[in-house]
Write a protein that binds this ligand. Structure first.
Ligand SMILES: Nc1ncnc2c1ncn2[C@@H]1O[C@H](COP(=O)(O)OP(=O)(O)OP(=O)(O)O)[C@@H](O)[C@H]1O
Ligand SMILES: [Mg+2]
Length: 309
């Protein structure tokens, strides 16, 4: 079964077949009104990139903390199931992870870890092979658990795994916004392109926001953006916005070795200033365009409670 089929099947278990059918076409206007009016708006931002090691987790952690520092309520979901490293990056020691929640041993709230500056982290567990093999129903269960939150955050950052696995595509497609982290390496560009292709072709994602990581200056970042846009414009019907750039920063690497976010240890370092700027950009984003079925099924607050999967 293709990914769109998998997603449709999963969604049909949650919200009913008719609505799920519309995922691929993004015709969401037929949804019941109650389903499109969440009690409180939680903006889900997935951070993806295709290639491993381009800085997805670094961007997710520091952007999340920057948003938190500027007064927003922010949660960071580590969706790199089984190879989690957000907790390692932040020096947190989770005693439980998503797997425990899926096994009914705890709730989502029980999993929340407090990181500096109010950032809350949901750890994914490392070395748990079961987590690396979650099926689409279990991914849905992870997402459905956000329903339990009495007070959803303003922003939910989702750090995704490398590659094109279904889990990456599903989390990425389900979010309101998709941040693509790209660095100046041919494989980063080709992998980002491959991810864009899958997400646009199989999940109807049309808008992407690109962050150029580990570049020397804005010009280099914009050049990278042009390279990616040029080929995407030619072959795919998508829009890729240039969201900003993060310099290669030795301070950032030092912070990682201390298991702290650079924005926490050295808030005035070059990379920290860049993350603050990215957070400022998020603040200026207009309302998400992709409200609808995909978002509701994953991170919305009104998924019918009778749904089974
Ligand atoms: N702006 C930067 N300046 C200097 N080093 C960086 C920067 N961004 C990332 N790095 C380095 O790259 C490494 C990988 O970063 P990170 O773990 O965030 O990548 P990732 O894309 O999440 O990787 P994975 O695909 O394995 O999850 C970091 O440990 C850090 O050493
Ligand atoms: Mg990572």
């Amino acid at each position: 079964m293709d990914q769109a089929g998998g997603l449709r099947n999963m969604l049909s278990g949650i919200i009913g077949h008719a609505e799920a059918e519309s995922v691929s076409s993004h015709q969401t206007s037929s949804l019941p009104v109650s389903a499109v009016a969440p009690a409180r708006r939680c903006r889900a931002i997935a951070v993806a990139g295709g290639k491993g090691g381009v800085g997805k987790s670094t961007v997710a952690v520091n952007l999340g903390m920057a948003l938190s520092m500027s007064g927003h309520e922010v949660m960071l979901l580590d969706a790199d199931m089984g190879l989690a490293n957000v907790d390692v990056l932040l020096g947190l020691t989770p005693s439980r992870h998503i797997g425990h929640m899926l096994d009914g041993q705890c709730s989502l709230t029980d999993l929340l870890l407090q990181a500096p500056h109010g950032l809350q982290v949901i750890p994914a567990g490392s070395g748990a092979r079961r987590l690396a093999r979650l099926d689409s129903g279990e991914h849905a269960a992870v997402i459905r658990a956000f329903d339990e939150l009495v007070r959803p955050p303003q922003f939910l950052l989702v750090d995704t795994a490398a590659g094109l696995a279904d889990s990456v595509a599903m989390f990425a497609a389900a979010a309101d916004d998709l941040v693509l982290v790209v660095c100046d390496e041919p494989a980063s560009l080709t992998d980002a392109y491959a991810l864009i292709k899958v997400l646009s072709r199989d999940f109807g994602v049309r808008r992407f926001r690109m962050v150029a990581n580990m570049v020397r200056n804005e010009g280099e970042g914009r050049q990278l953006h042009q390279k990616l846009s040029r080929v995407s414009d030619r072959f795919l019907d998508v829009v890729i916005d240039f969201m900003g750039w993060v310099p290669h920063d030795e301070r950032l690497r030092q912070a990682i070795r201390q298991q702290r976010a650079v924005i926490d240890v050295w808030p005035s370092s070059r990379s920290s200033l860049a993350f603050k700027k990215l957070a400022g950009a998020v603040d200026k984003w207009s309302e998400p365009e992709r409200t609808g079925l995909d978002r509701i099924a994953f991170f919305g607050n009104r998924v019918p409670s009778t749904a089974g999967y």
